[in-house]
Design a protein around this ligand. Structure first.
Ligand code: SF4
Length: 67
């Protein structure tokens, strides 16, 4: 399983992490910041999660393998 870690100090609310199908994995709060910190990536959406993390220009998203 993959756990989402969002570095709040790096996230600047650009929103590229929720473009297209990446919105199935990541959500943003009312101010536009990624609010998915601590969530587990739903089964089968791992590649989408990696795509969204890679799209973040601030490298604010880290995906951690858990068992
Ligand atoms: S996680 Fe990255 S792409 Fe998503 S809102 Fe924050 S800075 Fe923007």
């Amino acid at each position: 399983m993959l756990k989402i870690q969002v570095k709040a100090d790096l996230c600047c609310g650009v929103g590229l992490c929720v473009k297209g199908d990446c919105a199935k994995v990541y959500q943003r709060d009312d101010l536009g910041y990624n609010s998915s910190d601590g969530q587990t990536v739903p089964e089968g959406l791992e590649e989408i999660a990696r795509k969204g993390a890679a799209a973040c220009p601030e490298t604010a998203i880290e995906l951690i393998e858990t068992n």
